[in-house]
Design a protein around this ligand. Structure first.
Ligand code: FAD
Length: 439
């Protein structure tokens, strides 16, 4: 049926992209939008339920290749420019952007080569080169970076990059969408989608765990890493988890650590300044990700866990020893695994389904989807309306042909410290941390 502002629209998933979509549809004047999620915003299983995320500026990852495999930087530029515009100018998001700068680094020759690829950081684009321990230490107040930075080489961008408060951005978008009339149905039973509703070869809405049919003229699937459990994605999504932990800072440390640039070594991990509310420093260890392959479906299936593998703790402590050894032994105050979904080329998948005309896919965050929250919902709306720019449409299309015989162990351009430079399997993890509650 023809799309009008009165068309009923169901969004499956009120995570990062779902919240952005509610906001953009509300702003565009759609009057009949309902979003379904097992949890109220912020969902504890959303990749965006986090204190902070990096707002990336330069794209030195394997993203956005065109059909013949060439990289097309203009696509990532278009998407990132739209996001940056939102972080700078949209009143919903601007308060949550902290333009504290970004340091990127690598250790081994292979990772350095990736970091220093032609589209990577350069002096011409405003980056400062960091070649030794003293150069790294000088990027932050004295007493923060006390480590030796063994083998580190990197770059520092002082402005135009930094971090965003993730949870608050999602909450802000959802609140504003609600004000604009979007309806949120949440709850394990009433909000959890168990299946889409199929009718005459098309998708006519979604069915929740209470058996209720939510009929809609358009259905937008934005269930992140869980999307392939709701709709067959033909191997285009690999649910992949990363690992994060917090450590509690003292009052003095909180003052010293305020407004720090983000520090990201693509083989070690990253951290940002402690969050202002609880004074906890969040860190991620870097690696090509963990999967959880199911014997019956062959797919990686997400599960929730508020702990990390002990090997992840060891990697986090390696990052700390190299950068801030004075914190290296401090216990974690929080740890969790966090699921995202990788497409084969890590470009987003935002498209109408070629066979189910009323279904719109909004998935494939591929590890870099958070910082697009101000703008991604607009592109998702355009995909639904059929007005996407042709280049974006091509890049973000439904593309099962790129996932035939998919190598599930592909590193997808990521690195990790020695021994962890591979896609790992939760099935092989023997020991988990034991910090506080498991869930
Ligand atoms: P999510 O935000 O995960 O949302 C999925 C939603 O679907 C959830 O709310 C969930 O409750 C809901 N759902 C699940 N099952 C169902 C169901 N059956 N029915 C209804 N709803 C359901 N990106 C950056 O830009 N910068 C970063 O620094 C960054 N760091 C990251 C660090 C980690 C550790 C991880 C894991 C990811 C990181 N990312 C980062 C990636 C980014 O977080 C994701 O790409 C993005 O959040 C994905 O958004 P999404 O809406 O697709 O998924």
């Amino acid at each position: 049926s023809q799309l009008t502002k009165d068309t009923s629209i169901i969004i499956v998933g009120a995570g990062t992209w779902g919240c952005s979509t509610t906001l953009h549809l509300g702003r565009r004047g759609y009057k009949n939008v309902t979003v379904l999620d097992p949890y109220p915003v912020p969902s504890p299983i959303s990749a965006g339920d986090d204190v902070n995320k990096i707002l990336e500026v330069a794209n030195f990852e394997v993203v956005n290749s065109t059909e013949d495999g060439r990289k097309d930087e203009s696509i990532s530029d278009t998407l990132l420019n739209a996001a940056t515009d939102g972080w700078l100018n949209d009143p919903i998001f601007a308060p949550h952007f902290h333009e504290t700068g970004l340091i990127v680094a690598a250790t081994t020759p292979e990772a350095r080569a990736t970091l220093n690829a032609s589209n990577g950081p350069s002096v011409e684009s405003g980056w400062v080169q960091l070649d030794d321990k003293e150069a790294f230490q000088a990027t932050m107040p004295k007493g923060v970076l006390t480590g030796e930075f063994p083998g580190w080489q990197g770059w520092w961008l002082k402005k135009g990059a930094g971090w965003v408060h993730a949870r608050k951005s999602m909450e802000g978008a959802a609140r504003e969408a609600e004000r604009l009339g979007v309806k949120f149905i949440t709850g394990e039973i009433s909000g959890r989608v168990t299946s889409l509703l199929y009718e005459n070869g098309d998708v006519a809405g979604a069915i929740t765990a209470d058996g209720k049919q939510h009929r809609a003229g358009r259905t937008i699937l934005a269930a992140g890493a869980s999307a392939a459990q709701i709709f067959p994605m033909k191997n285009q999504l690999r649910a992949t988890a990363w690992t994060l932990a917090h450590i509690k800072m003292t009052d003095e440390e909180r003052k010293l650590y305020k407004d720090l640039p983000v520090l990201f070594n693509i083989e070690r991990g990253f951290f940002m300044e402690p969050d202002a509310d609880k004074g906890e420093l969040k860190m991620c260890d870097e690696h090509p990700g963990y999967c959880n392959f199911s014997a019956s479906t062959g797919l990686s299936e997400p599960f929730a866990m508020r702990q990390v593998p002990q090997e992840s703790e060891a990697r986090l402590r390696l990052l700390l020893r190299e950068t801030m050894p004075h914190l290296a032994e401090r216990p974690f105050s929080f740890a969790r695994i966090c699921w995202c979904a990788d497409t084969p080329n890590r470009a987003f998948l935002i498209s109408k389904h070629p066979e189910h005309a009323s279904l719109v896919l909004a998935v494939g965050g591929s590890g870099h989807g958070f910082c697009h929250i101000p703008s991604i919902g607009g592109f998702i709306a355009e995909a639904m309306e059929g007005t996407l720019d042709p280049k974006l449409k091509e890049s973000m299309r439904w593309r099962p042909e790129t996932a035939v015989d998919r190598d599930w162990k592909d590193l997808q351009g990521r690195f990790g410290p020695e021994g962890s430079n591979r896609v790992m399997d939760f099935g092989e993890v023997k020991e988990w941390t034991n910090y506080g509650a498991k869930l």
